[in-house]
Structure formats: structure tokens, C-alpha cells
Design a protein around this ligand. Structure first.
Ligand SMILES: [Zn+2]
Length: 96
């Protein structure tokens, strides 16, 4: 994962979703995630960044398993359910 993607506009939405659906392990991870939403990834200490990246890594896919393009954050939680594909490929593969 390239760190610059943490500054995408829809990254916060993705983090919010992880919190809302209680996918983070504990209150520590949740607290750090909320800090990212409020103050940005840059506000974290190195240690917090490590915990945060580790926490979200289970839900983040760099690229679509079918077309190889970057999966946008807004499609990330959906990608988990449809074979790590972007929504476009998920749609196409249904028609295969
Ligand atoms: Zn794709």
C-alpha cells in the first residue's frame, strides 16, 4: 500500500466503515483510527502508524485481482466480499 493513498478524500469513509462495522480489534486500534479521521494520518506517531496499518491491512487490497487496477477506498469493503475485485470486474465476472 502506498502511503499517499491515506490522503485520498474517501479514505476517511473507509476508516469510518471499519469502525462502524466493528472490524478493528480493540479500543486502541479504534482510537487511532478515529484520530486519523479527525487529524489525518500524519498526526500519528510512528508507533501508532504501525498499529494502524497493521489493523487495516486485513481489509486493504492494493489492486483488483482481475484487472490489476487500484481499488478505490469506496469499493474496498465490497472487494472483501467479491473476490478482491473492483466493482467493475465484480459486475463483469457475474456475467461470465
Ligand atoms: Zn478490476
Amino acid at each position: 500500500m502506498e502511503a499517499n493513498r491515506y490522503y485520498d478524500e474517501d479514505f476517511n469513509e473507509f476508516i469510518k466503515e471499519l469502525i462502524d462495522t466493528q472490524r478493528l480489534n480493540d479500543s486502541k486500534e479504534e482510537g487511532i483510527a478515529k484520530k486519523v479521521i479527525d487529524d489525518g494520518f500524519d498526526s500519528l506517531s510512528d508507533k501508532q502508524k504501525f498499529v494502524f496499518e497493521n489493523a487495516i491491512s486485513h481489509y486493504v487490497y492494493d489492486e483488483c485481482s482481475r484487472c490489476g487496477l487500484e481499488i478505490p477506498w469506496c469499493e474496498m469493503s465490497g472487494a472483501e466480499d467479491n473476490g478482491k475485485m473492483c466493482s467493475w470486474c465484480a459486475q463483469l465476472s457475474k456475467n461470465d
